[in-house]
Write a protein that binds this ligand. Structure first.
Ligand code: NAD
Length: 356
C-alpha cells in the first residue's frame, strides 16, 4: 500500500505529521512517500503541483493531503496559486466523488449552533459529484445579451449539464456507501425546475434497481437545506450534484460545531482517493502547535476504509478519537470549561495511545 503524503502549507505540516504517527502505530505495512505541494512547492520548485508530486500522486493507492494556501500567494497569477494544486490533482486523477461526513460527537454537541438534542449522535454522509455540473459546463463567459429582459446589456452565463454516465457512477458510489451504513440514500435535485436535474432524478431511480436493499428518496434542494437544520438526523447518505453539494456540505459541517473535526475524501473510479481535512491551511494559527489534527486523523481513517481496504484499522482510529474526546482532551478550537486543553502533537500522541 503506497500512500503519497502531501502536507502542503500552514498547519498542513503539523496536522499531517500527527496522522502519519497514527498510521504508523497501526502495525500495517505502508510505504509512505512525502512530496511538496501548494505554496511550499511553488517556493521550492516554481509550481504548486510539480511534476514529481503529480507522478507520485498518480502512482499511489491513496493521497494524504494537509492543506494549501497562504495570503502571501494571493498576488500570484492564478495558475501559480497554491489552491491550483488541488484542482490539478482532482482533474489529473479524475476524482469525481467527494465524501463529506458530518458527525457530531457526543462530547461536542454543545459546539453546534443547533440544539444538542437535534445534533447528538448525528452521523450523515454527503456525497457530492465533483467534476461536472455548472462549475465545469461549457459554454460559459461574458457577452452582450442577445435577448432576455435586457437585450444589448452586458451579461454573464454558465451552463449546468450532466451526462447519464456521470450521474450513474456517482449514484452507484452513493448506494455502495449506504450499504456500509444505514442503507438509506436521499438524492437531492431541483427536478421541478431544471432539465439537468430531471435527468439526474431519472438516472438515480434507474440505478436504484440494482440496489433494492437500499431505501431511496428524492428531495428538492431547497427542502434539503431546510431539513438539514430542522431534522438533520433524518438523513443517512445524501447524494447530489457539484453546486448543491458544495453548499449543503458546508451547511452540514456547521451542524457539528468545529471545522477542525471534519474529514473528507475525493475518489475516482479505481477507488484511488485524496484524503484531506475539510478546513484550509489556517495561516492565523500555523506554527503555534495548537491546530486540531483530528480532521486529518479521521481523513486517514477514511483512506483506510475506502482506498486501502482496511476497514478494521479505520474503525480502530475512529474509536480512538472517540476515546480521547471522552477523556476530555481538547485542542483550543473545541475546548470548553471543564476539559483539558492540549496542543496538536499531544492530541496526536493521545490518539496513538488510545489505539491500544
Ligand atoms: P481555514 O479553514 O484555513 O481557517 C478558517 C478558521 O478556522 C481559522 O480561524 C483557522 O484558525 C480555523 N481552523 C482551520 N482549521 C483548523 C484546525 N485544524 N484547528 C483549529 N482551527 C482551525 O480557512 P481560511 O482562513 O479561509 O483560509 C486560509 C487559507 O487556506 C487560504 O489560503 C485558503 O485559500 C486556503 N484553503 C485551503 C483549503 C484546502 O487546502 N483544501 C481549503 C480551504 C481554504
Amino acid at each position: 500500500m503506497k500512500i503519497a503524503v502531501l502536507p502542503g502549507d500552514g498547519i498542513g505540516t503539523e496536522i499531517v505529521a500527527e496522522a502519519v504517527k497514527v498510521l504508523q502505530a497501526l502495525g500495517l505495512k505502508f510505504e509512505l512517500e512525502h512530496a511538496d505541494v501548494g505554496g511550499t512547492a511553488y517556493d521550492r520548485h516554481g509550481h504548486p503541483l510539480p511534476e514529481a508530486t503529480l507522478k507520485l500522486a498518480k502512482e499511489a493507492d491513496a493521497i494524504l493531503f494537509g492543506a494549501v494556501g497562504d495570503w502571501k500567494y494571493d498576488k500570484l497569477e492564478r495558475q501559480f496559486r497554491p489552491e491550483q494544486a488541488i484542482l490539478g490533482l482532482r482533474k489529473a486523477l479524475g476524482l469525481f466523488a467527494n465524501f463529506r461526513p458530518a458527525i457530531c460527537y457526543e462530547q461536542l454537541t454543545h459546539a453546534s449552533s443547533l440544539k444538542p438534542e437535534l445534533v447528538a449522535g448525528l452521523d450523515i454522509l454527503i456525497i457530492r459529484e465533483l467534476t461536472g455540473d455548472i462549475y465545469f459546463g461549457q459554454p460559459r463567459g461574458r457577452r452582450i445579451a442577445p435577448d432576455g429582459h435586457f437585450p444589448g446589456a452586458e451579461e454573464a452565463f454558465d451552463t449546468m449539464r450532466y451526462t447519464r454516465p456521470e450521474i450513474e457512477r456517482i449514484a452507484r458510489v452513493a448506494f455502495e456507501a449506504a450499504r456500509q451504513r444505514d442503507k438509506r440514500v436521499t438524492s437531492v435535485d431541483k427536478a421541478n425546475v431544471l432539465e439537468t436535474f430531471q435527468l439526474w432524478k431519472d438516472v438515480v431511480t434507474e440505478v436504484h434497481k440494482d440496489y433494492t436493499d437500499v431505501q431511496l428518496d428524492h428531495m428538492y434542494v431547497d427542502n434539503a437545506a431546510m431539513q438539514l437544520v430542522k431534522e438533520p438526523k433524518r438523513f443517512d447518505v445524501i447524494v447530489t450534484g457539484n453546486m448543491f453539494g458544495d453548499i449543503l456540505s458546508d451547511e452540514a459541517s456547521m451542524l457539528t460545531g468545529s471545522i477542525g473535526m471534519l474529514p473528507s475524501a475525493s475518489l475516482n473510479d479505481k477507488k484511488q482517493g485524496l484524503y484531506e481535512p475539510s478546513h484550509g491551511s489556517a495561516p492565523d494559527i500555523a506554527g503555534k502547535g495548537v491546530a486540531n489534527p483530528l480532521a486529518t486523523i479521521l481523513s486517514a481513517a477514511m483512506m483506510l476504509r475506502f482506498s486501502l481496504n482496511q476497514a478494521e484499522a479505520a474503525d480502530r482510529i475512529e474509536a480512538a478519537v472517540k476515546k480521547v474526546l471522552a477523556q476530555g482532551l481538547r485542542t483550543p478550537d473545541i475546548w470548553s470549561e471543564g476539559t483539558t486543553r492540549v496542543g496538536t502533537s499531544d492530541m496526536g500522541a493521545a490518539v496513538v495511545k488510545a489505539l491500544g
